[in-house]
Design a protein around this ligand. Structure first.
Ligand code: GRF
Length: 201
């Protein structure tokens, strides 16, 4: 049975599109059950509509508290019978509701080799720190900021003449590969011991 994914995004949606295209090509056994955005103007939500996928816009401004917003998102995901939640450029910090509803079943992608450079502007942080190698990380989401168990990492070199834009573009190519790879692992089943994530078979 192919796993039912729920994608949460706030912006461009290139990771979502990479996943959608891989599923369409038959190279990833999963179904995107719903794409949810907290922003009506997120380009990613238009791409999801173009693909004929179920979409839901749940604007955070329509809710009095962060918690109520997240409760609504949780309901939307449950109604769509989502099994794995894919954060793909979702720019809201999670409360406990979603974490409790989908324990160890929420993935996020971050544009650095965690635990280096968590939080915003990871590519700028890497450049300013002067690292020679950076990359991206797909991890299981827990209550920490970008600190959950790591599923997949991919590295890229930092070049002497890099800007935030050129470095981000190089990382993004790897993000698309890493997210698909991580979903392949997680949909087949992983064992999580401490912080270590390994394939079940
Ligand atoms: C990516 O750089 C991802 O690592 C970060 O947000 C960005 C989302 O890009 N969490 P996109 O919307 O998937 O194109």
């Amino acid at each position: 049975m192919s796993s039912r994914l729920g994608v949460l995004l706030s912006g461009r949606g290139s990771n979502f599109l990479a996943i959608a295209k891989t599923i369409e090509s038959g190279a990833l056994d999963a179904t995107i059950s719903i794409v949810v955005s907290n922003r009506e103007d997120a380009p990613g939500i238009d791409r999801a509509r173009d693909l004929g996928l179920a979409v839901a816009v749940v604007p955070h401004r329509a809710f009095a508290t962060r918690l109520e917003h997240e409760q609504r998102i949780t309901e939307v995901l449950r109604d769509a019978r989502v099994e794995i939640v894919v954060l793909a450029g979702y720019m809201r910090k999670l409360e406990t509701t979603l974490l409790e509803a989908f324990p160890a079943k929420i993935l996020n992608i971050h544009p650095s080799l965690l635990p280096a450079f968590p939080g915003v502007d990871a590519q700028r942080q890497a450049l300013e720190h002067g690292v020679k190698v950076t990359g991206c990380t797909v991890h299981i989401v827990d209550e920490s900021l970008d600190g959950g168990p790591i599923v997949v990492q991919r590295a890229v070199p930092v070049l002497d003449d890099d800007t935030v834009e050129t470095l981000s573009a190089r990382i993004l190519v790897e993000e698309h590969i890493a997210y698909v790879e991580a979903l392949r692992l997680v949909t087949k089943g992983v064992r999580i011991v401490g912080r270590r994530v390994t394939p079940l078979s």
